[in-house]
Structures are given as structure tokens and as C-alpha cells.
Design a protein around this ligand. Structure first.
Ligand code: CTP
Length: 410
């Protein structure tokens, strides 16, 4: 991977991490890219325009109302001449301005005027990062398609510990390469740009009492990989995830849930969607009456747990009269008669495709990194070779994209 021939517009906000942006400029140029920089007023308190211009080899832009700058290159042109706009460090203030669409200085005006993808590398004090207002702004920005890299967790300049440190320059450069290659694939014919993709992933946990629950071995790896691949294909992606030990994918809005009922509510709240992929291993049953107190061992022996069926999320959405996604995809985890069972689920659950996989015996699918799937539709079965879950996700997303022409022109 490289950045040869690519140009980045880097907006440097006012934070201690601004010194790392100097290194970022160096890394981008070392990988063959060019960088033009906007330095905010606060950013100029941390790094000087002279260092930024020496490292970038370009003039630095600072002032919205500079007659000379506007004559040489207007801020609209500045916002559109790059392949990607990167904000690093993205301070709480800059993120808030972006989320609100404020435009009162060169950086925020450029961000509002750009027609290019924007990648932000947040950096701020841990409490500012965790504040409800910042988290709200982040959700808004993710919904707008803004890409995020970091922040990392660690010791901060202010002496506190937690998330808020800006990602390392080499990691930001990797994210820049990934964002640019996504854009390249967006320009291809099989794009999902302008589409909303909804994915469920992971297991559900159904409480027995305050400390115990019924669960299954699903890791969420396949569902998360599909969400990430759909985002890379340019879709707006909502991931509804049960409890998993893997991170939220980049560029995806993730709703975290525990139970099947919560998952159904989150899925319904995310509609309308163009494509819905139900990859979660939803518990078929929950305990009829959860105990408010921890169940104790008694003389009478183990408690009898009465179970009641959970809602079938896939079937509920696929049978909807209004707001049924155009493409509804289910998964079938089977241990025998894989294709036959998948066909009957396709029918019973009214979905358009079933991705059937054999999870039996020593397949290692549950929790593992590989998967062997069969794509079952009404009149065909396509059996794919054993692939990594990431490759299964890429191929599935490419398959979905063949069913949708791009909605917006770039
Ligand atoms: N599914 C769902 N809600 C449920 C159960 C399953 O959305 N309550 C979805 C899964 O996400 C998957 C598909 O239905 O896409 C098939 O799930 P699976 O567990 O294989 O099938 P079941 O309907 O549970 O049938 P069985 O357990 O009898 O195999």
C-alpha cells in the first residue's frame, strides 16, 4: 500500500497532539503522498506555521479572510482539490462544529464545503471524550459518513488515563490509505454508496437472574466483518451487536444490545434500510420469569427454568408490510442437512437469501476465523470454498452490490 499520487488536506486543530501531526505530514510524504495544511488559530498555539510549511513543503493556510490566500486558492477550491480531508488532532470543539455544521473559521468552513470523505483522529482529555455531548456529536458524524481513527487509550498529557490520545501517525496514515482505497472501490460498479445496510451480529444474553444468563458461542466476527465490508463499499451501516469481545468496526454506527427483545427494538429503530443481514445467533428462548434476586441452592434441588420463545427478528422484519428492506438476508447455522434446512428457513422466514454454514463438530466456525458457506436462494445454491470470515464478508457485500445500482454519483 502507498499514497503515491494522492493528496491530503490536513486540518490541524488545537491540542497537545498537534506535535504528532508534524510526524503525520512526514509519514504521508514518505509514503508518496502530498499534504496541504490548514492550521487553526488554536493549533498555531501548539505548532508553528513555519514547521508545518517546512515539513509539508507547501504554504500553510490559516485565515478565512486572507485576501492573498483567497486570490491564490479560495477555501472552496482548497476543500475540493484533495483526495481526502483529514482532521488531526480533531478536538472536541472541532467535532462539535462539524456535527452542527458551523462555519466560522477556515477549518470549519472548509469541512462544510468539502465534497470529499473526511477522516478524523480525535484527541482530547478523557472526560471530554466521554462527555455525553461529545459522544452525541460522534454518533452524528458517523451517521454523516465521517471516518474515525482512534482515539487510543493511555496516559494523557493532563495526567489522566483513558481513551482520548490521538492515534499514532503511522496508524492514521494506514487509515488514510484504507479510506482512499475505499473511495477507489466506491468508484467501481459494485458500489453500495447511498445505501443503508443493517447488520445484526454476535450472540444474545438472556438473563436467568442478576448474575446468570443463557448465551451461545457466537463471536460476532462474521457479522462485524460484513458491517465493515459494507462500510468500505460506501454504505451507511448500522450494526446491532449482542455482547462480543471484539471492537466496533470503523465507520459503522454500532448499537449495543444484550437480549433478543432489545435487538429487535434496535433493528426496528434503525429502519428503513435497503439491505438487512441477520447474522446474529439470537437465543431462541428466554427465561419466562427472571428472578430479581440471585437464585440460591435449596434442599429441593436445582430450579426448573420455564422458557418462553423470543421474537424471531429476521422473520419479523422479512414479513413486514411497510419498510421491508429490499434485500433480506438470513444465516442458517446447521450441524446436518445444511442445504435442506437452509431452504426451509428461506421459505419460513420469507427472506431473499440464506447464507448457510455448517457449524457442527470440529468445523471451528463458532469463534474461529474461517467459514464455509452456501448461498441459498429460491432457485439456486452457490457453494463457496473455505474462506476467511473477512473474505466471506467481502464476497457477500460484492454480491449484494450487484443487486443495487449506485444511488448517488460521486
Ligand atoms: N434469527 C433471528 N431471531 C431469532 C432467531 C434467529 O433473527 N430469534 C435469525 C438469525 O440471525 C439467522 C436466522 O434467523 O439469520 C436463522 O437462525 P437459526 O438459529 O439458524 O435458526 P432458527 O430459526 O433458530 O432455527 P433452528 O434453531 O431450529 O435451527
Amino acid at each position: 500500500m502507498s499514497l503515491i499520487g494522492k493528496s491530503v488536506l490536513l486540518l490541524i486543530g488545537g491540542g497537545v497532539a498537534a506535535y504528532k501531526s508534524l510526524e503525520l505530514i512526514r509519514v504521508i510524504r514518505k509514503r508518496g503522498g502530498s499534504v496541504r495544511c490548514i492550521l487553526t488559530k488554536a493549533g498555531a498555539e501548539f505548532v508553528t506555521p513555519l514547521s508545518v510549511s517546512s515539513l509539508s513543503g507547501e504554504k500553510v493556510f490559516t485565515d478565512l479572510f486572507s485576501l492573498t490566500d483567497e486570490a491564490e486558492m479560495g477555501h472552496i477550491e482548497l476543500s475540493r482539490s484533495a483526495d481526502l480531508v483529514v482532521v488531526a488532532p480533531a478536538t472536541a470543539d472541532l467535532l462539535a462544529k462539524m456535527a452542527q455544521g458551523l462555519a466560522n473559521d477556515l477549518a470549519s468552513t472548509t469541512l462544510l464545503a468539502t465534497d470529499k470523505r473526511v477522516l478524523v483522529a480525535p484527541a482530547m482529555n478523557v472526560r471530554m471524550w466521554q462527555h455525553a455531548a461529545t459522544q452525541r456529536n460522534i454518533e452524528t458524524l458517523k451517521g454523516d459518513g465521517v471516518l474515525f481513527v482512534g482515539p487510543d487509550e493511555g496516559e494523557m498529557a493532563c495526567g489522566e488515563f483513558g481513551p482520548g490520545r490521538m492515534a499514532e501517525p503511522s496508524v492514521i496514515a494506514d487509515a488514510i490509505e484504507a479510506a482512499l482505497s475505499q473511495r477507489m472501490s466506491l468508484l467501481g460498479s459494485g458500489s453500495l454508496i447511498g445505501r443503508h445496510v443493517l447488520v445484526t451480529s454476535g450472540p444474545t444474553h438472556e438473563a436467568i437472574d442478576p448474575v446468570r444468563y443463557i448465551a451461545n458461542r457466537s463471536s460476532g466476527k462474521q457479522g462485524h466483518a460484513i458491517a465493515a465490508a459494507a462500510a468500505r463499499a460506501g454504505a451507511r451501516v448500522t450494526l446491532v451487536s449482542g455482547p462480543v469481545a471484539i471492537p466496533d468496526p470503523q465507520g459503522v454506527t454500532t448499537a449495543h444490545v444484550e437480549t433478543a427483545s432489545e435487538m429487535l427494538r434496535a433493528v426496528e429503530a434503525a429502519l428503513p434500510a435497503d439491505i438487512a443481514v441477520f447474522c446474529a445467533a439470537v437465543a431462541d428462548w428466554r427465561v419466562e420469569t427472571q428472578s430479581g434476586d440471585k437464585l440460591k441452592k435449596t434442599e429441593g434441588g436445582p430450579p426448573a427454568l420455564a422458557l418462553t420463545p423470543n421474537p424471531d427478528i429476521l422473520a419479523t422484519i422479512a414479513h413486514r408490510k411497510g419498510e421491508r428492506p429490499s434485500l433480506v438476508v438470513g444465516f442458517a447455522a446447521e450441524t446436518s442437512n445444511v442445504i435442506d434446512y437452509a431452504r426451509s428457513k428461506l421459505d419460513k422466514k420469507a427472506c431473499d437469501l440464506i447464507v448457510a454454514n455448517d457449524v457442527g463438530g470440529d468445523s471451528g466456525v463458532m469463534g474461529g476465523d474461517m467459514n464455509t458457506v452456501h448461498i441459498v436462494s429460491k432457485d439456486a445454491v452457490d457453494s463457496w470454498p473455505k474462506l476467511s470470515k473477512a473474505d466471506v464478508a467481502e464476497r457477500l457485500v460484492a454480491l449484494f452490490a450487484t443487486k443495487f445500482a449506485p444511488k448517488v454519483r460521486l
